[in-house]
Design a binder for this molecule. Structure first.
Ligand SMILES: Cc1cc2nc3c(=O)[nH]c(=O)nc-3n(C[C@H](O)[C@H](O)[C@H](O)COP(=O)(O)O)c2cc1C
Length: 214
């Protein structure tokens, strides 16, 4: 049997209003978007599993995660001195349509970590199929990544890299700890769709998207 240990918050995940009778609840956590009244669960829940399983093989875990096909983005921001920063990231995902939210995650030991942690705005540059060199450049360390890169200032000067498939300009909504990464949730404020084929990434290699008839 699994035991759930609530570390923060005073109550569990309550879908039914009836289940709340007599409980003190924090109404600020009542979700207005759900079809039925839904109270957000506590911030952190850990699961103590008595089932003994062998430790995960890190290489096999990478292989398994690599079977999930993603796009490739460069997340851009300005550092404390107003200098452009950019990092290749395929952890980007859509999160919510109303309000419009997206999420991506950054390794805690990335050199540019402080810049992103302090930046109130960032842009998601979704790379096009012909931008493998741009992806490699923004995944390289110890170089000026913007050297030779054509870009335009977006909202508040955050760089938008030329030639991308699309752009999302975001304000930082929140950050959340996630193991050896930090999650960044952004509120989308402006978008541009350029109708170029996107670059894909799978199993550690770049890939093309081949559309199929559904
Ligand atoms: C296709 C691809 C996707 C990547 N996605 C991420 C990501 O989502 N988050 C992350 O922290 N690093 C990601 N990386 C690695 C970073 O781009 C790379 O570690 C970083 O540029 C090195 O940064 P640093 O010099 O600031 O440490 C990715 C690299 C590649 C090639």
């Amino acid at each position: 049997m699994l035991t759930n240990q609530i570390l923060q918050g005073q109550w569990g995940c309550c879908r039914a209003m009836g289940g709340l009778t007599g409980l003190m609840v924090d109404n600020s956590r009542l979700c207005q978007f759900a079809r039925t009244p839904y109270f957000f669960p506590p911030m952190t829940v850990t699961t103590d599993s008595p089932i003994e399983l062998p430790a995960l093989d890190p290489l096999e875990l990478r292989r398994c995660l690599g079977s999930f096909v993603t796009g490739v983005t460069v997340i851009t921001a300005l550092d404390a001195h107003g200098q452009p920063e950019g990092i290749t990231a395929n952890s980007f995902s859509s999160l919510s349509l109303d309000p419009p939210l997206i999420v991506w995650s950054l390794r805690l030991n990335a050199r540019s970590f402080l810049t992103y942690q302090n930046a109130m705005r960032f842009a998601v540059n979704i790379l096009a199929q012909d931008q493998i060199p741009v992806s490699n450049r923004f995944a390289s360390s110890g170089i000026n990544r913007f050297e030779g890169i054509d870009y335009q200032p977006g909202i508040a000067g955050v760089p938008l890299i030329a030639g991308c498939a699309s752009y999302l300009e975001c304000s930082l909504q929140s950050t959340h700890a996630g193991g050896d990464h930090l999650l960044f949730i952004g509120r989308v404020e402006r978008i541009q769709v350029m109708d170029k084929p996107p670059l894909a990434y799978s199993g550690g290699s770049y890939a093309k998207v081949a559309l199929m008839e559904s």
